[in-house]
Design a protein around this ligand. Structure first.
Ligand code: HEM
Ligand code: HEM
Length: 144
């Protein structure tokens, strides 16, 4: 893959990562609000749950875009995968997001789904830190 198109690819990646982190923060805020209303047994705005759910779909989309860019970009550049711990951390983050999203669809139907949703999202926080750190480390290789 030639260099200009390669940089263009990582630019999309950088924006997607920014949007993912923003989505995560917004999910933490709207999720915390849902939690607060439920535990205080107070009514919640009707739009709150659909909003949380929609931002969740946005997060899933961006993380899958990042996975695709990471795989395509690395394969295009090296012709193979697994050049740093970033691969395993990236796969872990994608897995956690998918666990979070699938467990979310079961909240209300199965008692364990809520705890799974919260556990996955807590781990996801650490996952995002790790994927950003390992990703930033590999970016150093390309900087002049
Ligand atoms: C991955 C996409 C996500 C989807 C599709 C999603 C969806 C949902 C759904 C459907 C509920 C149940 C709302 C209800 O009780 O009626 C929920 C609850 C919640 N979510 Fe998410 N969510 C996602 C990500 C996140 C993230 C990243 C966080 C935190 C950083 C989060 C935090 C919470 C919290 C705190 C609750 C309240 C649980 C409770 O009431 O005990 N969610 N979410
Ligand atoms: C949820 C977020 C992310 C996911 C799921 C993800 C996923 C991946 C995957 C699966 C690869 C292939 C790695 C390999 O086979 O060695 C990759 C490569 C790469 N990613 Fe990410 N990534 C994410 C975030 C980031 C961030 C935040 C950065 C930069 C700060 C970044 C920079 C890179 C770079 C430079 C490569 C090329 C690997 C190399 O040259 O060794 N990624 N990414």
């Amino acid at each position: 893959m030639n260099l200009p198109s390669f940089i263009w690819l990582w630019q999309i990646a950088a924006w997607s990562m920014g949007c993912s982190l923003l989505a995560y923060v917004m999910l933490a805020v709207t999720g915390g609000w849902l939690f607060n209303r439920r535990t205080l047994k107070r009514s919640r705005p009707r739009w709150l749950r659909p909003l949380h759910y929609s931002i969740g779909i946005v997060l899933v989309t961006f993380v899958l875009v990042l996975l695709a860019i990471g795989l395509v970009g690395t394969l295009g550049y090296y012709g193979s995968l697994g050049h740093s711990p970033h691969l395993i951390v990236g796969l872990l983050v994608v897995t956690l997001v998918l666990i979070s999203a699938t467990s979310a669809t079961q909240i209300g139907r199965r008692p364990w789904a809520r705890s799974l949703h919260l556990a996955a999202n807590g781990l996801l926080f650490l996952g995002f830190i790790a994927v950003t750190f390992t990703g930033w480390t590999v970016v150093q290789k390309y900087l002049p």
